[in-house]
Design a protein. Sequence first.
Length: 276
Amino acid sequence: MSIRRPDSIKPTAGGLTLDERVAPAAELARITGTVALRHYRTNLTVETKADGSPVTVADRAAETAARAWVQSRFPQDGVLGEELGEERPGAARRWIIDPIDGTKAFVRGTPLWGSLVALCEGERVLAGAAYFPAVNELVAAAPGAGCWWNGSRCHVSSVSSLADATVLTTDERFPENPERAAGFRALARVASVSRTWGDCFGYLLVATGRAEVMCDGTMSVWDAAALQPIIEEAGGVFTDWLGVPTVFGGSAVATNRLLADEARATLAQSNPSTPI
């Protein structure tokens, strides 16, 4: 992936230029996803973590490869990964990695999973990338660099009415936040299409203009960090469920810009005590 940038662009946070943020994130996402793909649709043993979510050798192998890449390319940076924890917690920058987002889809042979990578400085996301090996799609972005989908610029849709919108969530039951299910049902009732094309794949669809709303009642930072710059640089709006533009809010709502206010108001209308 190459990003064209004017010569006037100067190094930014951490001394990294726009190219030096987007391209490495895209490279790392592709490496991580490629390792995971080797195990896809094989006879995997599925373990259950303490939080009830599944994990396999594919998750651990992909994250191990990602960490090795960071160590070889940016040894001064920290790493926070879903499966293997945190390294160098005092580092100025850290890479946040979800080796397989959508493991439930992965272990069932469904292609709606991806590998997520974000580069952060404190709570500021410098770059994010998501690679979907089973469908061969890669999207990457950094603030000021735009959002790039398989090497070309991409944008959210121009749909301006919920009646014409496609709205998505990972699990319409919202098992960990059942109080939020009614808000999504209200959104689904007025939308043109409602689907559970979930996990990170739904955010890819919003960023590339193939859906208008994607929301999750529960998100860890490794689920969300890569997605914020991807959605925002594609022209969309990314917040937590309370409407705060953060990847640390424990939830996520991504929309195109034209439907941002209406979609969030609809999600909140059945639970007025929870602003969004």
